[in-house]
Design a protein around this ligand. Structure first.
Ligand code: PMP
Length: 302
């Protein structure tokens, strides 16, 4: 994604401005210490115009993360929802990816109390996030941050150092993506995705103990249940791979994406299997407003 390629408007501390003019001071607390919180949200085209997928849930989650980080936002959730709608409209996007971020400004003490709080919202056109039909995933030598080491339910920028190390390691060995185990040797999640395993008419996914339980994960659990699958949240060992016919990642950026292999274990000949195809197709119809059952998930850009 080259953000310089398209001139864009961003919302920065209550003002709509050009992306190029949205600058931050060098001695920004969140830049040094990873104390920002953010959210990734997608806006999709529908027959009634652009609509944002589960916008209010995302903003609720953003405020949860902010609270965890000791932030007291000077805006309500409804005001941030409105600001996001304005960013999409100002940029004339029909589909886009949206990034609201709350961050601590100039202060170099580790404790951010008293630091200025800044809020920015950027958006850009971002197509498919994962290349190819399936991705090759490496089990990371780094374990997922222990749930007692950070607040894993919050989207804290500092938590992503763990993800970045895992991704760099996976890429070095020729894989596309990384998969974390947790401190109990159970499968946790991808660097920025949740994971599901298919066994017959059941979907298995890790419990929310050591993961960021994503909004796409919750949506896919609902869709799968509606399609007649049994969804089981449980501890899953890497040794169980032979029982599963298909595996897939979920996330706002990744959407629903098949995994072709985990380490040396190949699923469905590295192709997208029928269960992933079915769930992905319902998910795609839902986000584009083509399935009545899920219309409440869409927030129109009006
Ligand atoms: N886990 C992690 C670590 C993530 O960064 C994300 C992406 N936000 C997810 C899971 C999926 O969350 P969502 O479906 O809400 O995008």
């Amino acid at each position: 994604m080259n953000v310089k390629a398209s001139p864009q408007k961003v919302w920065f501390d209550g003002v709509m401005t050009d992306l190029a003019d949205a600058r931050i001071p060098l001695l920004t607390h969140s830049l040094f210490y990873g104390s920002a919180v953010f959210e990734g949200i997608r806006c999709y085209s529908t027959s009634k115009g652009p609509a944002i997928f589960r916008l209010e849930e995302h903003i609720h989650h953003l405020f949860h993360s902010a609270k965890v980080m000791g932030m007291v936002p000077p805006y309500t959730e409804a005001e941030i929802v409105r600001a996001i709608i304005d960013v999409v409209k100002q940029n004339n996007f029909d589909q886009c990816y949206i990034r609201p971020i709350f961050f601590y400004g100039e202060k170099m003490d580790l404790i951010p109390l008293g630091a200025p709080l800044h809020i920015a919202i950027a958006a850009w056109q971002w197509g498919k996030y994962l290349a190819g039909e399936t991705v090759a995933v490496k089990v990371s030598p780094y374990i997922r941050l222990h749930p007692h080491s950070s607040e894993m339910s919050a989207k804290i920028s500092g938590n992503y150092a763990n993800s970045i190390l895992a991704l760099l390691n996976a890429k070095k060995d020729g894989f596309d993506k990384a998969l974390f185990l947790d401190a109990d040797d159970c499968i946790a999640e991808g660097a920025g995705e949740n994971i599901f395993f298919v066994e017959g008419k059941s979907l298995h996914t890790p419990t929310d103990r050591a993961i960021l339980p994503g909004i796409t994960r919750a949506s896919v659990m609902q869709i799968a249940t509606d399609l007649g699958y049994k969804v089981v949240e449980r501890d899953i060992s890497i040794n169980e791979m032979p029982r599963f016919s298909e595996v897939f990642f979920t996330g706002t950026a990744a959407e629903v994406n098949a995994i072709g292999k985990i380490n040396g274990h190949v699923f469905n000949d590295m192709h997208e299997g029928p269960v992933v195809r079915e769930i992905k197709s319902v998910y795609q119809r839902a986000v584009h407003g083509e399935d009545k059952r899920y219309l409440a998930w869409l927030y129109p850009v009006l």
